[in-house]
Design a protein. Sequence first.
Length: 285
Amino acid sequence: MAIGFLEILSIVFGWVYFFAWSLSFYPQSLLSWSRKSTSGSTVDFPFLNSLGFFAYFVSNLVFFYSPLIREQYDRRHEGLAPTVHINDIWFAGHGFLLSVITASQYFLPHVWGFRPSHGSKPSRFIMGVFSGCIIGVVFIVLVVLRSPHRNSVDGDVVRSSWVWLDATYAISYVKLVVTLIKYTPQVIVNYKNKSTVGWSISQILLDFAGGVLSITQQGIDSYLQGDWSGITGNPVKFALGNVSMMYDAVFVTQHYVLYPGGKEKAAETDSLLGRQPEDEERRIS
């Protein structure tokens, strides 16, 4: 009975965190739309996020649909299959699309009817990371193209030579790099402004909830299987899953503890709900 309950709980947590993470892409763009401004936030986050989710989308597509990549993965990992599912592809594609839409609010404010604001151009640091990721992937692809064994599916060759699987890995690692640093510019902006007005806390709360449920599901599944290799066998993936949650904790602290800004945030909430301050005053009176 207990095992059955945990299996159901794992499924429920899986769906809830999937929807929480999917919904987390909307609050920032909706908040900017309601304020008709992107002030208080920076384009660095959606700009870098667009690259990360594009890389994630492409690598998931290849891992899921390419017979060659799946066979090379099988040879290198002793008969295992890539742990990519169709929902991973949909999630990555959805994340890329929403990140591009959010970034366009900074790059094309006149199209959205927004007021010009600071932070609408990527910082030099983020541009360097963006360029570095692309250069790194191109370099690995060129190395693979020069390898005479790039299309091999022989186990010994795949484990010791450059093959197309390595190029796919290079693309997927872009998401790793992006996740590690994409929040940093906004943390700094909030610190300099001594405010989080303009930066949606709703997306952070959804992201944090999704992260907690994802890790909990991972723990439940490992317990049910009697095998903790899903965590201990891939510490990088497990650590990466916690990076966003650590940043989320920083944003929550900034928003609710360090820079509460009650009046400004109340007005921001009214704007997001489509309610004007004078409407609220009229309702109270």
